[in-house]
Design a protein around this ligand. Structure first.
Ligand code: SF4
Length: 402
């Protein structure tokens, strides 16, 4: 089997796993008290009521605001802990009539209470999650900390709750706040939704979340978080009102995080598209910079890197052009090279799976089996019969961490 045929098989397998395991990538929004009536008894979102007003805004708008904050926070070390933190703080603040998604200014007006709740809920989550997290990650429970900042080496833990609260909660809450204020006299029941959907594609929207001159969140949000938001908005919660090709299920890049990077490395996805030496040159692999002198995989450095091996598959080549020009809409001319991060879109194009299914599969495998240490649960992993690390290269499992 050629390298690209292997990659195709692997991408389809991961997407198939993800399509059955959507719940892993979800945020349990029906557990959030102010949103409970948006869901039916089975916990499904009432799609036909998304345009119903909830106070001054539509339900779609309120959920979109929540997803935006959630995407920014989702960069911490323990996804489950982070999601519980946002959920528990939201519930606690709403019980005190601090309605941060209906009135974002409340977060700042009652900043002392907002910060107290973030600290309190963090402490209680730490009690529940620290041991589990430490075991899964071969770490020390005392190191459990969901407060983080960006450094040149990536995400680092910090202790300053004010910095964390303003930078990570405050900035995404200010996006709808500023949009509301900019509306002046104009009436809109969903300013954030309307703003997001002005962009030609969900990929462009995801980039503008960070880069837009007025509404961009800059260093408060990473590239991965921008793509995660696009995935939730288009795929997981289907909040988008746009049905055109630029907002299709192949219209945004998969949000490559450390879980995704680890699975893609160990299974052989990366090595099938370029040599390990290429990844070292791009500093995607950083020799002996990981835990216990392992080689560190810094997956964010993959962004924009091109496949170095030949893509010998006409269908994927044609799909790639179609994806880049018409779905992502990020190029005007036919590309000559294939960006590694966009290859899953081309493989899955026009199939029953979207790039969100692929990402759901990566999260499921990365958080349930492919742990960030020498002994992941390969024997139980659904990729065990295809994973090159498991079958041929045990050193890819033992010597590399994310
Ligand atoms: S078989 Fe093992 S190394 Fe491969 S993806 Fe599964 S857990 Fe990870």
């Amino acid at each position: 089997m050629s390298d690209i045929e292997f990659v195709k098989r692997l991408v389809f397998k991961i997407a198939e796993i993800g399509s059955k395991r959507k719940i892993v990538g979800s945020l349990s929004l029906n557990d959030i008290e102010p949103f409970r009536h948006f869901f039916n008894n089975k916990g499904d979102l009432k799609y036909n009521e998304l345009n119903v007003m909830d106070g001054a805004w539509t339900r779609r708008e309120i959920l979109t605001r929540y997803l935006l904050v959630s995407a920014v926070l989702d960069q911490g070390p323990d996804i489950e802990g982070v999601r519980n933190l946002l959920k528990n703080v939201t519930n606690a603040l709403y019980r005190k009539e601090i309605r941060i998604f209906h009135r974002p200014i409340d977060f700042f007006r009652e900043l002392n209470i907002s910060i107290d709740e973030i600290l309190k809920k963090h402490d209680s989550i730490k009690k529940l999650r620290a041991e589990i997290w430490a075991k899964d990650n071969n770490s020390n429970p005392n190191k459990y900390n969901l407060f983080f900042a960006q450094s040149p080496r990536g995400i680092v833990s910090i202790n300053q709750v004010l910095d964390y609260s303003i930078h990570r909660w405050g900035v995404p809450l200010c996006v709808p706040l500023l949009l509301e204020k900019d509306l002046n006299e104009k009436e809109s029941a969903q300013p954030l939704v309307e703003y997001l959907e002005t962009f030609e594609s969900s990929e462009i929207m995801s980039k503008e979340l960070k880069n837009h001159k007025r509404y961009g969140m800059g260093s408060a949000i990473g590239d991965k978080a921008c793509h995660l938001f696009a995935k939730w908005y288009v795929h997981t919660y289907r909040l988008s009102t746009r049905n055109d090709i630029g907002w299709s299920k192949w219209s945004f890049e998969a949000p490559f995080d450390s879980n995704a990077g680890r699975v893609l490395f160990r299974t052989g996805f990366f090595a099938s598209l370029a040599d390990l030496r290429d990844y070292e040159n791009w500093e995607v692999i950083q020799k002996r910079k990981g835990k216990g002198k392992t080689h560190y995989i810094r997956v964010t450095n993959i962004r924009g890197k091109k496949a170095q091996k030949e893509i010998e598959n006409e269908e994927i080549i044609e799909n790639y052009k179609e994806v880049v020009l018409n779905h992502l809409k990020i190029r005007k001319r036919i590309p000559q090279k294939f960006e590694i991060q966009q290859i899953p879109n081309a493989i899955l194009l026009n199939s029953k799976f979207g790039v969100g299914d692929f990402d759901d599969g990566l999260i499921y495998i990365g958080t349930r089996f492919c742990f960030n240490h020498k002994k992941p649960k390969c024997a139980e992993c659904p990729l065990r019969n295809i994973c090159i690390g498991k079958l041929k290269h045990p050193e890819w499992i033992k010597n590399y961490t994310t």
